[in-house]
Design a protein around this ligand. Structure first.
Ligand code: SAH
Length: 349
């Protein structure tokens, strides 16, 4: 990663001052318009980076009253199964001293459910959150008062294996789009912001690639495992996947920059290629529904239903949302990277 003061439009590299400026009260559309007027059309990746940094820095976007709902917000079962999966792996790795690191923890719900399940298995690691949003950091602090927060992976304490988790983190990192080999830019027209060209789109994401490379390098150097869950595809392929979501509905991409969530499908082939540094192993890619079933979501739902029969319908609906083919079960996928001195993680074979 670049040092302090280096500006390369990568939100993961923004200095605290740059982030404050990006998230400042000055309306983002005006600042974008000024930048384009001064310097010409800006790359879509720069637009997406600025829009999402502002978006996350200024609100809690999750849940029924927000813009979208993630798996851990649907049911405690999701985080609990992630926690049991980590505890099993840690146990088979010989119970080393380790740290729990989550990238983009949102409300901290996944971490709370996972850490509760891990503690029951005797695993109580120190907690580290990589989170750039001051609003979400405050919400995370309520349920995780002892966590440590980081702007990037660079400032993690040195030494010892890591257990990294990233749910719906990579999809929010900026993508580039190319049309006929030329990078797509955002221009200013009398009618407002508009793309400078249209046609068959090919996407890539140097920012995601770099984050995956960094995770791979950390695992190679220190040992441990990284679990990545996101929506996306198994192999690099052409096509436009960028989408804007506001109030649980799709919105036009360039409308209301910084006020709607911009995400794009994660190219898991690219992530795996970048993370496979040194001796790091990559698991097969598995659909979220299949992975959760293999980890025993059915058994967990039955146990919760036994304990609270009045919740039976809600629990069945949650299982359906998390695993159903037309819900999150098929589009969302799970992959793990691990050092060779840790065993093969459960649920992938
Ligand atoms: N993992 C959570 C939240 C997903 S939303 C869940 O599943 O519910 C995306 C999260 O990533 C938010 O916490 C957002 O603030 C954070 N985020 C987005 N871009 C980031 C960046 N460049 N660096 C660190 N965190 C980022």
């Amino acid at each position: 990663m670049c040092g302090e003061g280096v500006s390369d439009n990568n939100p993961l590299h923004a200095t605290p001052r740059e982030r404050a400026e990006i998230a400042s009260e000055a309306a983002l559309p005006e600042r974008l318009a000024r930048a384009i007027t001064l310097a010409g059309p800006i790359p879509l990746s720069q637009f997406m980076g600025a829009a999402n940094t502002h978006y996350y820095a200024t609100r809690d976007p999750l849940g029924a009253r927000g813009d979208f709902t993630t798996a851990p917000e649907i049911s405690q079962m999701f985080g609990e199964l992630v926690g049991l999966w980590l505890a099993d792996l840690w146990d088979r790795a010989g119970r080393p001293a380790t740290r729990y690191v989550e990238l983009g923890p949102g409300r901290g719900t996944l971490a709370a459910d996972a850490l509760r399940a891990m503690a029951r298995a005797g695993l109580e690691p120190p907690v580290h959150f990589v989170e750039t949003s001051p609003v979400l950091r405050e919400i995370q602090r309520e349920s995780h008062p002892d966590a440590e927060w980081h702007d990037s992976l660079e400032s993690l304490p040195k030494g010892g294996p890591l257990m990294l988790v990233a749910n719906e983190f990579f999809d929010a990192l900026p993508v580039r789009q190319f049309i006929d080999g030329i990078e797509r830019r955002v221009a200013l027209t009398p009618a407002g912001l508009a793309f400078d060209r249209d046609g068959e789109v090919v996407e890539d994401s140097p920012v995601r690639d770099e984050a995956a490379r960094e995770i791979g390098a950390l695992l190679d150097e220190r040992g441990g495992v990284a679990l990545v869950i996101d929506y996306g595809h198994a192999s690099t392929s052409p096509g436009e996947t960028l989408q804007a979501v506001r109030g649980h509905a799709f919105a036009p991409l360039l409308h209301k920059p910084g006020e709607q969530d911009l995400t794009a499908h994660v190219d898991f082939e690219a992530l795996a290629t970048q993370a496979a540094v040194g001796d790091v192993r990559v698991t097969p890619l598995v659909a979220q529904g299949e992975w959760l079933k293999r980890l025993g979501i059915g058994v967990r739902a039955a146990a919760l239903t036994d304990a609270s029969p009045e919740r039976a319908a809600d629990l069945a609906a949650a299982v359906q949302r998390l695993t159903g083919k037309s819900a999150m079960g098929e589009l969302f996928k799970v992959i793990a990277f691990h050092s060779t001195d840790w065993p093969a993680p459960a649920g992938f074979e």
